[in-house]
Design a binder for this molecule. Structure first.
Ligand code: ZN
Length: 415
């Protein structure tokens, strides 16, 4: 018995030592200093208009739910990425489309204003070369992307205006079908059998201007058609692997191989409900919706810190009651390592869906990104391979897409 207690004490001590060693991230951090670290799906612009919230302040995910700000980017050595103009799909009516148009332009302006107001710390990037130049100048890299082309439904030619103002990546659709394409998760099923005629025209226009096409959220048929139609390689800006957790929002290995064969890149998503089986039954979902009505139907972003804490506690209790668990860092690494193995390290990156539902237990915000670097080192990847995963691959893709653009069309807009 005594021996058993001693053995337990020794093993506890050893595991403490082991975890202390695992937490020594100095090598990973030093590596990230030498490379460019990007994430291709930062939903952080949704926080820019939050009362009292500043990108320059250090926030905590458990206090206000946010995951990206300048101090935490510094801690996690995140150099920047694609900052998203995200619009939730609403009614596909003339009024709905105009509302989405105005919403998108407002969000775009907020991103540009954030960079302008903090010009010593952030800079808008529009070309592949901008990333290294901006990092060298000691600033954070702000590429701009659009998630859901709903703001372009009323007038697709607005894409040119967006391009002029910095947009360099475009996804057509979000969680429900729209005028451009079928979503992977619309309960009504496919409406266009992939892309609509308007969606196909948008692909041609994006190719012409050198805007990276993003398939994340679209259906598998859209993936097949986009890969076929696009004259340049495409991206999946925040998508996880079907082979690790089967979900309509994830992608299968055969398609990952096709993407890579055409020069494309997949950026791995960390959103819990996509990366592990969720057990989110209709009863659970109804209870979760009920929770939000207690807060007057406001979004978590609109709550005060005290209300946010209350919501987080109640949600935790709800999850415990229904046996719903949140994914862990190890769950996320499984997707990353699997996708690297299938696509090869030159066709993978990270798009964790920060401030858009991403983040897992053990990787709650961007301050912890060196854990991923360490995970890649532990898996035997070289510094050059890790540099490609963290930024090299997506930067190469931006360059390829721009090289395939129509120079006259680009010149007509930029001059
Ligand atoms: Zn998304």
């Amino acid at each position: 018995m005594k021996h058993a207690v001693l053995a337990l004490a020794v093993s506890l001590l050893l595991s403490t030592v082991a975890s202390a060693q695992a937490e020594d991230l100095s090598k990973a951090k030093a590596l990230q200093q030498r490379i460019i670290t990007l994430d291709t799906h930062l939903d952080t612009p949704a926080n820019f208009s939050r009362p009292g919230w500043s990108i320059l302040d250090h926030h905590h995910a458990d206090e206000d739910g946010t995951q990206v700000d300048y101090p935490r980017m510094q801690e996690g050595l995140l150099d920047g990425g694609f900052w998203v103009v995200y619009t939730g799909q609403g009614p596909r009516t003339p009024e709905g489309n105009l509302k989405a148009r105005d919403f998108g332009l407002k969000r775009l302006a907020e991103i540009r204003e954030m960079a302008a107001a903090n010009a010593d710390k952030f800079e808008i990037a529009t070309t592949a070369d901008d990333a290294a130049r901006i990092k060298k100048a000691g600033k954070k890299i702000v590429y701009i992307s659009m998630e859901n082309a709903y703001p372009l439904e009323s007038d697709p030619s607005l894409l040119s205006a967006y391009y002029k103002l910095g947009l360099r990546m475009l996804s057509l659709v979000h969680t429900s079908n729209n005028d451009f394409a079928d979503s992977s998760t619309d309960p009504k099923g496919p409406e266009w059998n992939g892309l609509s005629p308007k969606g196909k025209a948008m692909i041609a226009e994006a190719n012409k201007l050198g805007i990276v096409l993003d398939q994340s959220h679209a259906s598998d048929t859209v993936f097949d058609q986009m890969l076929e139609l696009s004259k340049a390689p495409i991206i999946l800006s925040h998508t996880a692997a079907d082979a690790v957790n089967e979900h309509p929002r994830n992608i299968d290995d055969a398609r990952i191989r096709k993407l890579a064969a055409k020069g494309g890149v997949i950026q791995v998503n960390s959103l819990s409900a996509y990366i592990i089986p969720t057990q989110r039954t209709p009863e659970y979902q109804a209870a979760a919706r009920g929770l939000m009505t207690q807060f007057g139907g406001r979004s978590p972003r609109e709550l005060t810190p005290a209300e946010f804490k209350q919501l987080a506690q109640q949600r935790e209790a709800l999850n415990a009651k229904f046996g719903v668990r949140r994914a862990t860092f190890d769950d996320y690494m499984k997707h990353i390592l699997h996708i690297i193995e299938v696509a090869g390290p030159d066709h993978v990156g990270l798009g964790a869906d920060w401030d858009g539902g991403g983040g897992v237990t053990g990787l709650e915000d961007v301050s912890l990104l060196p854990k991923i670097t360490q995970g890649l080192l532990d898996a035997g990847y070289t510094e050059a391979q890790i540099a490609n995963v963290w930024g090299g691959n997506v930067i190469r893709l931006i360059g390829q897409v721009q090289a395939a653009a129509d120079p006259d069309a680009v010149k007509a807009i930029l001059d």
